[in-house]
Design a protein around this ligand. Structure first.
Ligand SMILES: [Fe+2]
Ligand SMILES: [Fe+2]
Length: 198
Protein backbone atom coordinates (compact mmCIF):
# COMPACT_ATOMS: atom_id res chain seq x y z
CA UNK A 1 0.00 0.00 0.00
CA UNK A 2 1.50 3.34 -1.10
CA UNK A 3 0.35 5.54 1.77
CA UNK A 4 1.44 8.86 0.20
CA UNK A 5 -1.25 8.60 -2.51
CA UNK A 6 -4.08 7.64 -0.15
CA UNK A 7 -6.76 10.13 0.97
CA UNK A 8 -5.78 12.28 3.92
CA UNK A 9 -7.60 14.24 6.63
CA UNK A 10 -7.87 18.01 6.14
CA UNK A 11 -6.94 19.23 9.63
CA UNK A 12 -3.58 20.58 10.75
CA UNK A 13 -4.66 20.62 14.41
CA UNK A 14 -6.92 17.94 15.85
CA UNK A 15 -9.27 20.64 17.17
CA UNK A 16 -10.31 21.22 13.54
CA UNK A 17 -10.95 17.52 12.76
CA UNK A 18 -14.32 16.47 11.32
CA UNK A 19 -16.30 13.23 11.34
CA UNK A 20 -15.30 12.78 7.70
CA UNK A 21 -11.61 13.14 8.61
CA UNK A 22 -11.92 10.60 11.40
CA UNK A 23 -13.84 8.04 9.36
CA UNK A 24 -11.15 8.27 6.69
CA UNK A 25 -8.45 7.73 9.33
CA UNK A 26 -10.37 4.90 11.03
CA UNK A 27 -10.77 3.06 7.72
CA UNK A 28 -7.04 3.26 7.00
CA UNK A 29 -6.29 2.31 10.60
CA UNK A 30 -8.42 -0.81 10.13
CA UNK A 31 -6.50 -1.81 7.00
CA UNK A 32 -3.17 -1.19 8.75
CA UNK A 33 -4.24 -3.07 11.88
CA UNK A 34 -5.25 -6.10 9.81
CA UNK A 35 -1.60 -6.34 8.72
CA UNK A 36 -0.42 -6.51 12.33
CA UNK A 37 0.26 -10.28 12.21
CA UNK A 38 2.66 -9.70 9.29
CA UNK A 39 4.54 -7.06 11.26
CA UNK A 40 4.70 -9.35 14.29
CA UNK A 41 6.13 -12.18 12.18
CA UNK A 42 8.63 -9.80 10.54
CA UNK A 43 9.74 -8.56 13.94
CA UNK A 44 10.23 -12.10 15.21
CA UNK A 45 12.52 -12.72 12.23
CA UNK A 46 14.80 -9.92 13.51
CA UNK A 47 15.80 -12.33 16.31
CA UNK A 48 17.26 -14.76 13.74
CA UNK A 49 21.03 -15.11 14.18
CA UNK A 50 21.08 -13.06 17.39
CA UNK A 51 22.76 -15.31 19.98
CA UNK A 52 23.86 -12.84 22.68
CA UNK A 53 26.07 -15.57 24.15
CA UNK A 54 23.27 -18.14 24.41
CA UNK A 55 23.63 -21.64 22.87
CA UNK A 56 20.84 -20.92 20.35
CA UNK A 57 19.81 -17.67 18.69
CA UNK A 58 16.83 -15.75 20.01
CA UNK A 59 14.47 -16.80 17.21
CA UNK A 60 15.31 -20.48 17.80
CA UNK A 61 14.73 -19.95 21.53
CA UNK A 62 11.29 -18.45 20.87
CA UNK A 63 10.38 -21.22 18.40
CA UNK A 64 11.58 -23.90 20.80
CA UNK A 65 9.62 -22.38 23.71
CA UNK A 66 6.49 -22.42 21.53
CA UNK A 67 7.24 -25.95 20.33
CA UNK A 68 7.55 -27.26 23.89
CA UNK A 69 4.26 -25.61 24.91
CA UNK A 70 2.49 -26.86 21.78
CA UNK A 71 3.74 -30.45 22.15
CA UNK A 72 2.66 -30.35 25.80
CA UNK A 73 -0.93 -29.64 24.69
CA UNK A 74 -1.22 -25.92 25.42
CA UNK A 75 -3.84 -24.06 23.37
CA UNK A 76 -3.01 -21.76 20.46
CA UNK A 77 -3.25 -18.55 22.49
CA UNK A 78 -0.74 -19.86 25.03
CA UNK A 79 1.57 -21.08 22.25
CA UNK A 80 1.52 -17.66 20.58
CA UNK A 81 2.40 -16.07 23.93
CA UNK A 82 5.29 -18.53 24.19
CA UNK A 83 6.39 -17.68 20.64
CA UNK A 84 6.37 -13.94 21.31
CA UNK A 85 7.65 -13.90 24.88
CA UNK A 86 11.12 -12.58 23.92
CA UNK A 87 10.10 -10.49 20.88
CA UNK A 88 11.01 -7.42 22.93
CA UNK A 89 14.70 -8.32 23.04
CA UNK A 90 15.38 -6.01 20.08
CA UNK A 91 14.05 -2.74 21.56
CA UNK A 92 13.39 -3.54 25.21
CA UNK A 93 16.92 -4.33 26.34
CA UNK A 94 16.02 -3.46 29.93
CA UNK A 95 12.33 -4.46 29.92
CA UNK A 96 11.87 -7.07 27.18
CA UNK A 97 9.04 -8.87 29.01
CA UNK A 98 7.00 -5.66 29.13
CA UNK A 99 7.33 -5.21 25.36
CA UNK A 100 5.93 -8.68 24.62
CA UNK A 101 3.17 -8.20 27.20
CA UNK A 102 2.10 -4.87 25.70
CA UNK A 103 1.87 -6.37 22.20
CA UNK A 104 -0.19 -9.33 23.44
CA UNK A 105 -2.42 -7.50 25.93
CA UNK A 106 -5.35 -6.62 23.60
CA UNK A 107 -5.55 -10.18 22.26
CA UNK A 108 -5.04 -12.60 25.15
CA UNK A 109 -6.44 -13.47 28.57
CA UNK A 110 -5.42 -11.51 31.62
CA UNK A 111 -3.67 -14.67 32.93
CA UNK A 112 -1.53 -15.08 29.80
CA UNK A 113 -0.72 -11.37 29.74
CA UNK A 114 0.41 -11.43 33.39
CA UNK A 115 2.49 -14.55 32.78
CA UNK A 116 4.39 -12.98 29.88
CA UNK A 117 4.81 -9.63 31.63
CA UNK A 118 6.41 -11.31 34.64
CA UNK A 119 8.35 -14.13 32.96
CA UNK A 120 11.71 -12.33 33.26
CA UNK A 121 11.48 -11.99 37.05
CA UNK A 122 10.33 -15.61 37.38
CA UNK A 123 13.09 -16.91 35.12
CA UNK A 124 15.62 -15.05 37.24
CA UNK A 125 15.35 -17.96 39.67
CA UNK A 126 17.79 -19.79 37.38
CA UNK A 127 20.50 -17.12 37.18
CA UNK A 128 19.97 -13.92 39.20
CA UNK A 129 22.19 -15.25 42.02
CA UNK A 130 25.13 -15.59 39.59
CA UNK A 131 24.93 -11.88 38.88
CA UNK A 132 24.61 -10.52 42.38
CA UNK A 133 20.82 -10.44 42.26
CA UNK A 134 18.12 -12.15 44.33
CA UNK A 135 17.00 -15.38 42.64
CA UNK A 136 13.88 -15.45 44.81
CA UNK A 137 12.65 -12.05 43.66
CA UNK A 138 9.61 -13.80 42.20
CA UNK A 139 8.48 -14.80 45.68
CA UNK A 140 7.15 -11.28 46.01
CA UNK A 141 4.26 -12.64 43.91
CA UNK A 142 3.87 -15.95 45.78
CA UNK A 143 0.20 -15.30 46.62
CA UNK A 144 -0.72 -13.98 43.19
CA UNK A 145 -3.32 -16.09 41.32
CA UNK A 146 -0.98 -16.46 38.31
CA UNK A 147 2.17 -17.38 40.28
CA UNK A 148 1.96 -21.11 39.51
CA UNK A 149 1.09 -20.50 35.87
CA UNK A 150 4.18 -18.35 35.43
CA UNK A 151 6.46 -20.80 37.29
CA UNK A 152 5.19 -23.50 34.93
CA UNK A 153 5.90 -21.34 31.87
CA UNK A 154 9.49 -20.61 32.80
CA UNK A 155 10.28 -24.11 34.13
CA UNK A 156 8.67 -26.26 31.41
CA UNK A 157 8.90 -24.14 28.26
CA UNK A 158 11.10 -21.02 28.48
CA UNK A 159 14.13 -22.17 30.48
CA UNK A 160 14.68 -25.55 28.71
CA UNK A 161 14.47 -23.93 25.26
CA UNK A 162 18.20 -23.44 24.68
CA UNK A 163 18.97 -26.87 23.22
CA UNK A 164 20.50 -26.82 19.71
CA UNK A 165 19.43 -30.46 19.23
CA UNK A 166 15.84 -30.23 20.46
CA UNK A 167 12.80 -30.15 18.19
CA UNK A 168 12.20 -26.63 16.91
CA UNK A 169 9.16 -26.16 14.67
CA UNK A 170 9.63 -23.43 12.01
CA UNK A 171 7.95 -20.02 12.15
CA UNK A 172 5.69 -21.04 9.23
CA UNK A 173 4.18 -23.72 11.45
CA UNK A 174 3.02 -21.12 13.98
CA UNK A 175 1.91 -18.51 11.44
CA UNK A 176 -1.78 -19.59 11.35
CA UNK A 177 -1.88 -19.42 15.16
CA UNK A 178 -0.41 -15.91 15.14
CA UNK A 179 -2.98 -14.81 12.55
CA UNK A 180 -5.82 -16.32 14.59
CA UNK A 181 -4.80 -14.77 17.92
CA UNK A 182 -4.10 -11.32 16.41
CA UNK A 183 -7.26 -11.31 14.25
CA UNK A 184 -9.43 -9.35 16.67
CA UNK A 185 -8.70 -7.56 19.95
CA UNK A 186 -10.72 -8.56 23.00
CA UNK A 187 -9.48 -5.59 25.05
CA UNK A 188 -8.79 -2.28 23.38
CA UNK A 189 -9.35 1.43 23.92
CA UNK A 190 -10.80 1.53 20.39
CA UNK A 191 -13.16 -1.46 20.67
CA UNK A 192 -16.31 0.67 20.23
CA UNK A 193 -14.95 2.14 16.98
CA UNK A 194 -14.61 -1.19 15.21
CA UNK A 195 -17.40 -0.66 12.68
CA UNK A 196 -15.69 2.58 11.55
CA UNK A 197 -12.53 0.61 10.83
CA UNK A 198 -14.07 -1.81 8.33
FE1 LIG B 1 12.59 -13.50 28.37
FE1 LIG C 1 12.94 -16.74 26.93
Amino acid sequence: MNQSTMPKAQFHHMKDGTAEDWHLIAKQFGEFARELPDRILDHLRLLDGDFGGFPVDRLTHCLQTATLAHRDGKDDEYVVCALLHDIGDTLGSYNHADVAAVLLEPFVSEANHWMIKHHAIFQGYYFFHYLGMDRDKRNHYRDHPHFKRTVEFVSKYDSPAFDPDAETLPLDYFEPMVRKVFAKPVRSLYIDAESAME
